[in-house]
Design a protein around this ligand. Sequence first.
Ligand code: GLN
Length: 484
Amino acid sequence: MELFELDIAGAVSALDNGEISPVDITAAIFQRIDAVEGKLKSYVTLAEESAMKSARNAEETMKSSSRLALAGIPLAVKDNICTKGVTTTCSSKILENFVPPYESTCTRRLKDQGYILIGKTNLDEFAMGSSTENSAFGHTGNPWDLSRIPGGSSGGSAAAVASDECIAAIGSDTGGSIRQPAAFCGVVGFKPTYGRVSRFGLVAFASSLDQIGPITKNVRDSAILMNVIAGHDNRDSTSADLPVPDFTAVLGHDIKGMKFGIPKEYFVSGMDAEVETAVKEAIKKLESLGAIPVEISLPHTEYAVAAYYILATSEASSNLARYDGVKYGLRVEGDDLIDMYMKTREDGFGAEVKRRIILGTYALSSGYYDAYYRKAQQVRTLIKQDFDKAFEDVEVIVTPTTPAPAFKIGEKMEDPLQMYLTDILTISVNLAGVPGISVPCGFTSEGLPVGLQIIGKHFDEKSVLKTAYAYEQGTEWHKRKPEL
Ligand code: GLN
């Protein structure tokens, strides 16, 4: 096995035993990047110099001080999470040269545990999209088929993990942006409960939906990263002041007798037949492990995409008002202040970001507020209540992550609505604020990965991880690697 193929758990034990050093593993990752990054373009920025320096420091500190959970572990971070001193672009021209003067809480916690930042991964501009094609710096390739997209918006993080360009990565998920690319790239992606991981330093898209989480080679690694990044933070007023469990403690617990819900609305007509088959097989697998399937209903599912695109664009229109050419980021000079604002935003934002600002501003305008924004909030409550009710009977809910596998580059770019519909099975989870994971559950005849989504109650990440781990251990899907 090559060093870059290690997972976090394997790398930690190899480092502990002294079989490898932080410099060995970090250098191996950069060699891998040299070999495959030209095809993939997972990264916006590579931090090789600082990474090698951190690796050398880690060698020193590992000798002297007590063991840190991620000492010497090379990770990638989505480029909408602020890393002090390392450019954070959000894959937008407007932040192309933005070097944050502060560290996000998530990466601060990773740093405190000794991680090595390999680089910042590509995304749809400001995390708005489902394919990474909305990046101002070009799209990322899907490691399983370079003519296809890796999903989005955390497409760079998912592709980097799938192709061993990092040991694991961090992403963000507003409507599916961790789970959908994880499904398309054949890796594990976990969106925690809203409020579980601090959003301080995550560049805001839709603040009531955004959540940071891990993208990893397997379920255990997601639990390991959750142990580091979860927990209350005074700098994020929506972060939950609750005790943080040891997320790895439940791995290996059996799921005999556990009830899991299968929502009938998630097996939609028009869904890809091979995806449906793979997910039904996965359900059988869970049954063979002793879990009990229960048919449930989440009746307001059909309104989720519409409600999401009102709420997310409304919040985005407000959050993105800060990019005005004055405080930071791009400035295009104009005849007067208003002209400068307009030229800056005209040049700095891509088409999808502009579309959303316009839509969100419209939805919030006084004449339409009740018809759109208020109505969407009411629908959101109904969707949350659907989940509350379902969870009275079942411990977790199991669905496909996406209705179809990764699509071709360019296939949906001319039709935003088709693009929006790729998130139809992930969006409700964000609207309800509950945790959800995607784990590999098969491949299509064309060799494209399929994802299984497991959803839990608020702050019950443990049941999600327990179920995902039990399933993963009973299957081999997560072991397959793309040929690059
Ligand atoms: N694809 C969805 C959107 O375009 C979700 C993106 C995300 O989760 N950041 O908004």
